[in-house]
Design a binder for this molecule. Structure first.
Ligand SMILES: [Cu+2]
Length: 132
């Protein structure tokens, strides 16, 4: 009787071990594919009717990117990025130009956080850039 109990005990232990080893491995943090992507990811924003096409841009944190500004009208605009809405600390200020034309500005890597952008010619044209 004692021997049978021992055998059953071992069998159940073996079953538990088998179940464990058969379980999917815990999700290990594999690097996201994006981290191996080449730099130079582009974000596009347009201007028309003295408005930007978006009031929020999302960009990858800690990675330089190209900002393509598509000025669709014959009015001068630019895209100027500042650390916050006081517009006192510049991050990347694009050239002011009249459209229709497109220009690309290289924006340095941004630490995760929320930044402010506007058109320096028309400060009411503004929005947020979220680096995440
Ligand atoms: Cu403008």
């Amino acid at each position: 009787m004692k021997r049978l109990t021992l055998t059953l005990g071992l069998l159940s232990l073996a079953a538990v071990l088998a179940a464990c080893s058969g379980a999917p491995a815990p999700a290990t943090a594999s690097p996201p594919a994006a981290s191996s992507a080449p730099a130079g990811e582009a974000v596009t924003i347009a201007a028309k009717d003295v408005k930007f096409s978006q009031s929020e841009l999302r960009v990858p944190a800690d990675k330089a990117f190209d900002l393509v500004f598509d000025n669709q009208e014959g009015v001068t605009h630019n895209v100027a990025i500042y650390t916050d809405s006081s517009a006192s600390t510049k991050v990347s200020v694009g050239e002011i130009f009249s459209g229709p034309a497109q220009k690309t500005q290289s924006v340095p890597a941004l630490a995760a956080g929320t930044y402010f952008f506007r058109c320096d010619v028309h400060p009411d044209m503004k929005g947020a850039i979220v680096a995440e």
